[in-house]
Design a protein around this ligand. Structure first.
Ligand code: PMV
Length: 331
């Protein structure tokens, strides 16, 4: 029996990935840049044992079947193939935040799974190689292997399944003082997952082409603002990227927002009118993530909590990359 336990944080994209290259291998059509968010975590153990009968995947206490199990087994198969190891696996994973709701549980989930599986199989891969493995299952997961601010390039046009594409760190966690608030607006799981949402947008949105042209420009500007430690520009460009991504999806009929999502955005803008530097971003779900300077966190949290429809507000901070942990270690 060989096992390993890994912990990974989710990441929130500041410049968004939305849309895949038209080829096998799960390559993004646009570059993205994210911040790894501590305060939320997924912990996953993987054990390979010849005595197991088939793979078992248990997530937050539930045995997975169908498509959810198949996505995990596909990653395990890649690891088994690389390690020349045919043993069945047991995967036990739990997150301390809601799954499949736009809080990036697939990012932390596949990052922790990839790292635990690689180590359990005895492969001596570096974080870049593990990032490529995670990216094949969920492109955003490739970014959670690293801490701080992390970039994932678009796949090269004409990339083939064998080409590697890993995320890479752009700046460490301490690069710019930043706190993150998450206004939770629903406890429901989302109706349309991000891969389906991207496909739907690319096939049906009259603005898909505009998004694909605009996203790389926003990304470059955002990266420059981050490297220049320009908090205001970083915030403005994060909002611009989120709004452009959602505009392309909404034009295809795909609306991830709820009333409280819009009200939270209005709260953030009203705070700005009062002189507080706060900026929002929204992923493929209804929650609003707010970027704020650490010294401004209390008034921004209070204003979000007072926003109609906001169920609660969670605090995050810029975190470290995925790592192997002692089975007993706390997040
Ligand atoms: O990698 P996926 O399938 O979890 O898609 C991520 C999509 C967004 O979260 C909306 C944007 C991003 O870059 O993380």
């Amino acid at each position: 029996m060989n096992g390993a336990v890994a912990l990974a944080h989710p990441n929130f994209a500041l410049s968004k990935y939305w849309g895949k290259r038209d080829c096998a291998g799960n390559f993004p059509a646009v570059p993205s840049l994210s911040v790894t968010v501590a305060g939320f975590a997924t912990r996953t153990s993987v054990t390979f044992d010849a005595s197991y009968v088939g793979d078992r995947v248990i997530v937050d206490g539930d045995e997975m079947s169908g498509q959810s199990r198949a996505r995990v087994v596909e990653l395990l198969d890649r690891v088994r193939h690389a390690a020349c190891d045919a043993r069945p696996a047991r995967v036990i994973s739990s997150s301390d935040f809601p799954a499949s709701s736009g809080l990036a549980s697939s990012a932390s989930g596949f990052a922790a799974l990839a790292l635990a599986a690689v180590r359990a199989a005895g492969l001596d891969w570096d974080a870049t190689r593990v990032s490529d493995l995670a990216r094949r299952s969920s492109a955003s997961a490739g970014r959670s292997l690293f801490g701080g601010f992390v970039e994932l390039e678009a796949g090269a046009p004409g990339a083939t399944e064998n080409d590697l594409l890993a995320a890479r760190p752009v700046a460490p966690a301490a690069h710019i003082p930043l706190a993150i608030l998450v206004a939770i607006t629903s406890d429901a799981t989302k109706a349309v997952g991000s891969s389906d949402g991207m496909r739907w947008t690319m096939n049906r949105s009259p603005f898909a082409r505009a998004w694909l042209e605009e996203a790389p420009k926003l990304h470059t500007e955002l990266r420059d603002a981050l490297l220049a430690r320009d908090f205001v520009r970083l915030g403005e460009l994060s909002e611009a990227s989120a709004l452009a991504m959602h505009a392309s999806a909404i034009a295809a009929g795909l609306i991830y927002w709820r009333g409280a999502t819009l009200d939270s955005m209005s709260t953030v803008r009203a705070l700005r009118d009062d002189g507080l530097k706060a900026y929002f971003t929204v992923d493929a779900g209804p929650h609003v993530k707010v970027l704020v300077r650490p010294e401004d966190i209390d008034p921004v949290q209070s204003a979000l909590e007072a926003t109609p429809g906001v169920l609660r507000v969670e605090r995050g901070r810029v975190g470290e990359g995925a790592r192997i942990v002692d089975p007993e270690e706390a997040s």
